[in-house]
Design a protein around this ligand. Structure first.
Ligand code: HEM
Length: 383
């Protein structure tokens, strides 16, 4: 497998160094988010504004898919999902949206978990770029990543593809897993796989951004005169399920063989599409969602790429420049979930997102708390 585009050191010691650096950065990053986001703020690293739900998944693989020992025709699983927005507590902002799926009715344990976001591409392509993005975020009142976008136009166009504003429903979006994982067929052949979740029926995807959002994607703030509430999207989803509606989706996969002549960096890179004529999206399963989870249950749920069967596991990573280092980081970030749960236990569950005028919030009660401290005098006090 050609690896010329991945920065790796030469020789056995160099390779050992690359893996040691990857291990240390992954541990350090996980420790930082576990302490700041998990313990201190009792939050996820991202995607805090969300709603969980449950239902059932039916494996119905397209016969054109190479047979796999997990996704076998006729298998059924209970399923839990969580739709969320990264990273603000305001559904009316321009934001990336997600679905995460778990093939069990548990908060964590499961034979298969997957996280999928809107947009075909991402803002980053390996752990090195991901850490730089985190360092350059500089979020203030709903504006973020302006420096990142200036220096990394690929990240900027990836971000624009993920942003959705004023979407009508979480249920009409297309969500992509982006970073490829393994698909080992029953004859032992290795493949790469990308997943996507689409609505069951062929309906238009609402909420694509246009106009000013294309010029300044860093400004994710609500528009002047916004009438949608901070919770309008979660409410829409919750109300549909409470009325007895069944919301249906399809899980699809794009599978390509691991080919010794391919450039590993290019085929693994979540910023580069695989040609659909050669590697079409094929159905793996159908699932239906019938019951919403409460705010507390939605917060308790956690997904992990460690929850994958051996034939669908993540690929090993060679260095922080390897695209697979992203999945390595995600698995190693498990400690952040543990810290979040510990914080819930010690300090109680996070409050519900209020229907108030503190818009564009990056924490649930950000502005509210600041006003209460009296740190920010009102106009009357100024005069
Ligand atoms: C393109 C790659 C990625 C995708 C598609 C992705 C997707 C997601 C999604 C959808 C969630 C929300 C899960 C939920 O609803 O509970 C999430 C949460 C999270 N992600 Fe990522 N992510 C990616 C990369 C990363 C990377 C590189 C890291 C680095 C450590 C990371 C760390 C986390 C953490 C710590 C959480 C919160 C976990 C928890 O507290 O339960 N993600 N991600």
């Amino acid at each position: 497998m050609e690896t010329k585009h991945i920065k790796v050191k030469k020789g056995p010691f160099g390779r050992w160094m690359d893996r040691a650096v990857l291990f240390l950065f992954a541990r350090l990053f996980a420790l930082i988010i576990a302490t700041i986001m998990g313990l201190k703020r009792k939050e996820r690293m991202s995607h805090n504004n969300g709603i969980g739900a449950k239902g059932r998944l039916y494996v119905k693989p397209d016969p054109k898919l190479p047979p796999n020992d997990f996704f076998v025709e006729g298998r059924e699983f209970p399923i839990r999902i969580r739709h969320a927005a990264a990273t603000f507590y305001d559904d009316a902002m321009a934001a990336l949206r997600s679905i995460s799926i778990k093939l069990s009715d548990n908060t964590l344990e499961s034979p298969f978990d997957m996280n999928l976001n809107t947009g075909k591409h991402s803002l980053f392509w390996n752990a090195a770029s991901f850490m730089r993005l985190a360092a350059m975020r500089k979020q203030r009142y709903g504006v973020e990543y302006q420096y990142w976008y200036r220096y990394y136009p690929d990240g900027r166009s990836g971000a624009i593809g993920t942003l959705r504003r004023h979407l009508e429903s979480y249920a009409d979006q297309v969500y992509y897993s982006k970073t490829p994982t393994q698909w080992i067929s029953t004859d032992g052949k290795k493949h790469l796989v990308k997943y996507r979740v689409v609505p069951f029926d062929d309906i238009p995807e609402t909420g694509q951004v246009f106009g000013d959002d294309l010029i300044e994607p860093e400004n994710q703030r609500i528009l002047p005169g916004e009438t949608r509430s901070r919770n309008y999207l979660k409410d829409e989803y919750y109300d549909r399920l409470k009325r007895g509606e069944t919301i249906k989706y399809r899980l699809q996969a794009q599978v390509r063989p691991v080919n010794p002549d391919d450039d590993w960096f290019l085929v693994s890179n979540n910023m580069i599409d695989w040609p659909e004529e050669e590697f079409p999206w094929l159905q793996v399963a159908e699932f239906e969602i019938t019951e919403p989870l409460s705010w507390d249950e939605s917060n308790m749920i956690a997904f992990s790429l460690a929850n994958l069967p051996p034939s669908l596991a993540i690929f090993p990573a060679k260095s922080i420049y390897d695209p697979h280092s992203l999945n390595y980081f995600r698995v190693k970030a498990e400690i952040a979930r543990k810290a979040r749960w510990l914080s819930y236990k010690l300090r109680g569950m996070p409050p519900k997102i209020p229907y108030d005028d503190y818009r564009n919030s990056s924490t649930i009660l950000e502005s509210h708390n600041k006003m209460k401290t009296g740190k920010f005098p009102t106009w009357e006090q100024h005069s």
